[in-house]
Design a protein around this ligand. Sequence first.
Ligand SMILES: NC(=O)c1ccc[n+]([C@@H]2O[C@H](COP(=O)([O-])OP(=O)(O)OC[C@H]3O[C@@H](n4cnc5c(N)ncnc54)[C@H](O)[C@@H]3O)[C@@H](O)[C@H]2O)c1
Ligand SMILES: [Zn+2]
Ligand SMILES: [Zn+2]
Length: 362
Amino acid sequence: MQHEVRGVVARRKGAPVSMEKVVVPDPAPGEVLVHPRACGVCHTDLHYREGAIGDSFPYLLGHEAAGTVEAVGDGVTTVKPGDDVILAWRAPCGACRSCLRGRPWYCFDSRNATQRMRLGDGTELSAAIGVGGFCELTLVAAGQCVPMDARISHDVAGLIGCGVMAGYGAAVNTGGVSRGDTVAVFGCGGVGDAAIAASVLAGAGVVIGVDIDGRKLEWAREFGATHTVDAGRDDPVETIRALTGGVGVDVAIEAVGRPETFMQAFYSRDHAGTVVLVGVPDPSMRLDIPMLELFGRGGAIRPSWYGDALPTRDFPVLVDLHLRGRLPLERFVSDHIGIADVEAAFERMRRGEVLRSVVMLA
Ligand SMILES: NC(=O)c1ccc[n+]([C@@H]2O[C@H](COP(=O)([O-])OP(=O)(O)OC[C@H]3O[C@@H](n4cnc5c(N)ncnc54)[C@H](O)[C@@H]3O)[C@@H](O)[C@H]2O)c1
Ligand SMILES: [Zn+2]
Ligand SMILES: [Zn+2]
């Protein structure tokens, strides 16, 4: 059997998204049919719509989702119909070289549904990062479904499925932020603020939020930034040095995805500090780094995919922190919107008015 539902599709590079009829098949072995209940609008959805991630249009957008299992395919034992789950865009295969070496967060054969969802005319859809959360039903691999504690609501749980996990993990897993460290976070959107909150939880002494938007800097302080820098007004590298006794930070996290902010992060480190790149660049972007600066400063440059997270290990930790009042996920939610409002949410994101708009699906 197949299901006809509504979903948000990016048909062409740069074109506004549209609501389309989506045909979703019943789950094959190893697959799960999920009813997303809430799905956050992440900047990566906008990157998809702009053609910055790939050219496999049409894309079914949405990848920051929590929902309810509707049906499971043969052989699925980890979840059952009625279970509440957070959808992960990483489901380690368990068999590739990275998985077998005990580093499943680098899995390069992460699982997704094998059947494709389609438009009404039969055109195959590419689900954004293998999720397709802005849709009344979606098809994923069983490993993408992480059971969630029923005490957390879907709107905040979904954020763990991308932005919050990516930012939190960028700080704690990739950057190794620990007690007493000094940290700077460039870009205080959903991802950057999660990196700030994680740095505070990890015991960082100084946590500096950098953005060009005053509202974002206010929110960064609410998430625990000890200092903020308006990069439209002040030079972030000089200001960060001044705030850290002239030396720079131990960990500089780039959560914008632009060469200029990457270079600011690069130069705002202390000797042997770490730069974490969690912002997603587009294919046209280039870096020009004096090789002597790279060598002379030492340390590490570490791209962070999904915060080096292992969803089955890390999602429950974040849920638990939230339930104990230590990770205020509700503060990321700027507004609840309908499935028809995603294009308007992109505009609000561009204008810097929101941390996260969350699409609610009844
Ligand atoms: N690596 C991953 O696994 C992963 C996961 C999710 C999102 N991302 C990426 O992380 C980035 C941030 O995502 P988001 O959802 O938080 O986006 P967002 O739009 O909510 O936040 C981006 C922030 O950067 C700020 N900014 C823009 N230009 C700046 C500049 N020159 N200096 C300082 N700040 C500047 C904006 O004002 C905004 O606050 C995006 O590139 C997104 O694609 C990566
Ligand atoms: Zn995302
Ligand atoms: Zn693998």
